[in-house]
Design a binder for this molecule. Structure first.
Ligand code: HEM
Length: 267
């Protein structure tokens, strides 16, 4: 009885709409950031020199006479992205089916409606949940090691530091979550809707699928290149890349140390 009375007297709060707007806003920024981020990380596909150039540019090395970078710049960039990431996750939790009953209702609706956009929403929830953990690990490492982004140190982190499984899971989650999220923002706010809404929805969905495939391909290729470099660099973990390291790397097993006297005897 009391709660009913309190509720009916109160004016309808605008807070949920404001929170939705904030979630869309942080989602838009993070989604576009991830596209840029993946292209920057993808520069490793063009070679160690290109990745090193991108890493140094992100460290604002062009501002120093000696060409050395300022990792503090990366630190602040990560701090901003991490803060947006946490705010977006906090706002996202509001929409999670938190009880078994809610989960059951949602699954039943999905089966009943069999509507792709509803299924896409479920993918958002699952990938969002996984990124709570995988994304936070990556961001914390970047926050505490802002000066460790270079072709060898990144490859060492991925292979000798065993980060590749986390990156693979995170890559699939973030590419699905990001492109589905941007597509749903277009649907929600009517962006690019054109004359025929049904037609533009179809076009946007096709574009979403193409972008997901493109960024997943770039991400997986970059990860494979890092793994090749990391395998070759296993015996020099922690050594930084220098511009002289242009030698083409081949995947080769680290040579077993041959005891000197064996061959001579045979001779
Ligand atoms: C400013 C913030 C960020 C910075 C500076 C950053 C930096 C990097 C760097 C340097 C790599 C290459 C591997 C390494 O050095 O360990 C990388 C890989 C990756 N990052 Fe980030 N990252 C940031 C934010 C994020 C966020 C928010 C996500 C997703 C939630 C993310 C997802 C990934 C993924 C999936 C990879 C693996 C890429 C691949 O598969 O090739 N990053 N990041």
């Amino acid at each position: 009885m009391d709660s009913y009375i309190i509720e009916s007297n109160k004016k309808k709060s605008r807070m949920p709409a404001r929170l939705d707007f904030a979630q869309s806003g942080t989602g838009l920024i993070l989604g576009l950031f991830m596209w840029v981020h993946m292209l920057l990380v993808g520069s490793i596909i063009l070679g160690k020199g290109s990745f090193n150039f991108v890493a140094k540019t992100m460290e604002l090395a062009f501002l120093s006479d000696t060409g050395h970078g300022f990792p503090i710049a990366v630190f602040f960039a990560v701090l901003i992205v991490f803060t947006l990431f946490i705010i977006h996750a906090l706002l996202g939790v509001r929409k999670f089916p938190i009880s078994w009953k809610q989960h059951r209702i949602m699954r039943d609706q999905m089966q009943m409606m069999n509507h792709t956009d509803t299924n896409l929403w479920y993918i958002q929830v699952v990938t969002g949940f996984i990124m709570f953990f995988a994304g936070s690990v990556h961001l914390y490492i970047m926050l505490t090691n802002p000066g460790s982004i270079d072709p060898y140190l990144s490859a060492d982190r991925i292979v000798s530091g065993n980060m590749w499984p986390l990156y693979l899971i995170l890559l699939i989650c973030v590419e699905l979550h990001g492109t589905i999220g941007l597509y749903r923002l277009c649907m929600k706010w009517g962006w690019f809707s054109g004359q025929d809404a049904r037609k533009s929805r179809k076009k946007l969905k096709a574009l979403k699928n193409k972008l997901t495939i493109f960024f997943l391909t770039v991400g997986i290729l970059a990860l494979l290149v890092f793994i090749v470099i990391g395998i070759n660099h296993r015996d020099r973990v922690g050594e930084r890349y220098t511009k002289h390291d242009t030698a083409v790397e081949q995947v080769q097993e680290p040579k077993e140390a041959q005891p000197a006297d064996v061959t001579h005897d045979k001779g």
